[in-house]
Design a protein around this ligand. Sequence first.
Ligand SMILES: [Zn+2]
Length: 577
Amino acid sequence: MAYQALYRVWRPQRFEDMIGQGVITRTLKNAITTNQISHAYLFAGPRGTGKTSAAKIFAKAINCHHQVDGEPCNECETCRAITDGTLNDVIEIDAASNNGVEEIRDIRDKVKYAPTVADYKVYIIDEVHMLSTGAFNALLKTLEEPPANVIFILATTEPHKIPATIISRTQRFDFKRIAASDSYERMIYILNQKDVTYDEQAVKVIAKAAEGGMRDALSILDQALSFGDNEITLDNALLVTGSVAHELLATFVGQTLAGDTKAALATLQSVLEAGKDAERFTEDIIGYARDLLLYQQAPQLVEEAEMGSVSDDFQALAKQTPAQTMYAMINELNAIQQQMRYTTHPDVYLEILTIKLAEIGQQQGQPAPTPTVAAAPVAEPAAVKVLQREVEQLQQTVKQLQATPAAATTATPAAKPKPRVAKSSGTKEVNLAKVYPVLGSATREKLNQLQEVWPDLLNSLSVTQRAVMKVSQPVAAADSGVIVAFDYSFLYQRATTDNELTDALENGLDRMIGTALPVVFVPKDEWPVIRKNYLAAHQAELQDHSDSEAPKQPETAPIVSKAEELFGKDIVEVKPD
Ligand SMILES: [Zn+2]
């Protein structure tokens, strides 16, 4: 016999078997025993929370002649036929695939006929929000004049997409996400029934990764089972879910809170090298940070969610970290998570994130050494000085704002200082006095030379420096200097304020090409404008020159050749991320 997925085999056949929807199942059972059945129901809720299972159990219970306390017997012919999906009177429609008006019209035509075998005809329409407007209108007509002994159960993950006219004609039930502890218990029950050995921690990891969906939990459990030989190990659970072990998360968060950029980047590196998904990791950090916050307010809630295993590291971090810091971190995490959706370099964003989080850690209160990183020194004195200076400037600005009545009224009531990074981003101006001379004598040859040594140069940098420079590239070079463009303006900001980095780059160049070539940074999105402005200024010179010697010469020719000489055709256009 072919292998059957756990979620199929263990699909609940009685209301009592359903996990985490106590209120709903009680109400439905009550409706059946007191014979107060509505002709249309709406089951709304996240995927895998039991909507279609509940619909089928309901269809059985109202048609089963051996029903006890609202539960179907699951033994009689009717019950079995419904379980197998062979009873003509219970019709399951997947609106995701049958979204045409025709199918619903078909319902309208056939709905008039009385059930053939069962007492009630039941239409279960899954993903009902996918119906077209025409189909909704046809459905509405049917719901307005419901024939006797016909019941509609509409299931959806997105109730807001359903017309209000439809919703108002249904009795609505909102299915909740299933608590991790509930799906944990269900999985333990199933594993015991199947006689599978398991690591409890592994099952907890799966329960949390399933994010409230029982079907997802069982699918993940299936995968973890296929990895191990009739055994669920923590390693396999972590592998299948892509989750990061709790200790590693504790280490990473502890390092960023302590402001130890270097150590945090190293931890991040090992997470990525282990093949973890960047988005999943971000998700995990957000979850961890939220849990820390929650633990400060209501420790018992976290204890419950974690199914009783709150580590010492976690407790220590929760105790040491001001709530304000956690909020700042979560805001940063959410912002980065949004940006990560649209990038092909999620790992770069993770590095930016790590640096930002460590800055928040440094900025807010004292470094909070954690049990795992007790001996970690604060990374860069230079960076701390820069930070201190900027905090002072910020405080100054706030004072000025408060002193000016007009400005004070426009400020938000809370008048909270913005995070440093947000405040300074985009305000750092490009130093054209350094850029123009390089452009004036730039050659393609020099640029080629620098592009060649660039990867080696980056490899010679420290971990932190390399993280900043990873998305940089030389875009113009002369014997007097090299212009380096950055994909992300945050990294550009960071690089321009880091004197140690500039020194390291220039020393590296000295070793590799024999000159400590001065390095000038520009943000990549401003580079085309800088270049254009320079060429425009240059064009005038060239024009003056050509006017005197060959007045008829097309004026663009020398400009184009100059541009190509400077940048080469391949880097004249800027690629969007
Ligand atoms: Zn039955």
